[in-house]
Design a protein around this ligand. Structure first.
Ligand SMILES: Cc1cc2nc3c(=O)[nH]c(=O)nc-3n(C[C@H](O)[C@H](O)[C@H](O)COP(=O)(O)OP(=O)(O)OC[C@H]3O[C@@H](n4cnc5c(N)ncnc54)[C@H](O)[C@@H]3O)c2cc1C
Ligand code: FES
Length: 262
């Protein structure tokens, strides 16, 4: 695997849900090597101040093109939303580790909260190529923010009940598991820290294998700035770096604290 640091051409950028965009760019070398769970750092602007590099999961691969999904938050995502076909952005990647899709399990249970859905279309495709059954639980604020493209067997939960289950994605998952047999599940979760923490507690209570992909803030993306620590449960070092040792962690490996972004 070789990390690419180059400018690429945006091929499309469309709004797919409320405050949510799907941006595609042309990069055969990234498309050809990207594994599920990995991310890229995007330089969204040439302006020096502030240095706008932001991490995004690769959501899906289409031939020589890669797609990211993002929702509007601050400066970086507002600039990204203005990009049009033909514009150029700087990418650095692939970065980070991958989901444990090669481990031994019966059913992949995807648990996504909000824009945490981003890495899962690519994971779903790779699982389906291996004929592994996939169940997807997708939590969103409301029906306008639900993005199901590229997913399989989707069960939606919304905070306001405007679509699917009325409640959290974990409540929806618990209700499903109480009434269905699922063969040797392995949970793959991504979303806000509060949701990951709830997923972790749920998985441990039920004795399920579980991994969590973190979307915490980061800067350099390559292990230099030390700006992305997450506390480890054990080991010689108290902290792991999300950018190089993650973003995917076994649920037994890490501890969430309230002061992390929810
Ligand atoms: C490995 C990884 C993969 C990611 N993948 C995606 C993705 O596929 N799609 C996507 O939309 N986002 C993803 N993110 C989060 C994304 O990087 C942030 O949304 C982005 O940096 C926001 O930039 P901004 O300039 O718009 O907001 P900023 O101006 O940087 O931030 C605006 C406000 O939001 C807060 N904030 C910034 N980043 C985060 C964060 N990660 N969590 C909580 N609060 C934050 C800031 O403190 C500030 O208050 C990922 C993050 C990581 C670490
Ligand atoms: S973001 Fe710089 S060390 Fe992780």
């Amino acid at each position: 695997m070789s990390v690419i640091n180059t400018d690429v051409e945006v091929t499309s950028n469309e709004q797919v849900a409320e405050e949510t965009f799907a941006l595609r760019f042309h990069s055969p070398s990234l498309a050809g090597q990207l594994l599920p769970g990995q991310f890229i750092n995007i330089r969204v602007s040439d302006a020096v101040e502030p240095l706008l590099r932001r991490p995004y999961s690769i959501s899906s691969v289409h031939g020589e093109e890669c797609e990211i999904l993002f929702s509007l938050l601050g400066k970086g995502t507002h600039i990204l939303a203005t990009k049009r076909a033909g514009d150029r952005i700087g990418i650095l990647g692939p970065l980070g580790n991958t989901f444990g899709y090669e481990k031994d399990f019966g059913t992949a249970v995807i648990v996504a909260g909000g824009i945490g859905v981003a890495p899962f279309p690519h994971l779903t495709r790779v699982l389906q190529q291996r004929a592994i059954p996939v169940l997807t639980f997708l939590g969103a604020r409301n029906a306008n923010r639900v993005v199901t493209r590229g997913l399989a067997n989707v069960h939606v939960a919304t905070d306001d009940g405007s679509e699917g289950f009325h409640g959290t994605v974990i409540q929806a998952l618990a209700a499903y598991l109480d009434s269905h047999e699922v063969d040797r599940p392995r949970l793959f979760a991504c979303g806000p820290n509060a949701m990951l923490k709830a997923t972790q507690a749920f998985a441990h209570e039920r004795g399920f294998a579980c991994e969590l992909s973190l979307e915490s803030e980061m800067a350099c993306g390559i292990g230099i700035c030390q700006g992305c620590p997450i506390e480890r449960t054990e080991g010689e070092r108290k902290y792991a770096l999300v950018c190089t040792e993650g973003p995917c962690f076994d649920s037994h490996e890490i501890i969430f604290h309230e002061h992390h972004h929810a």
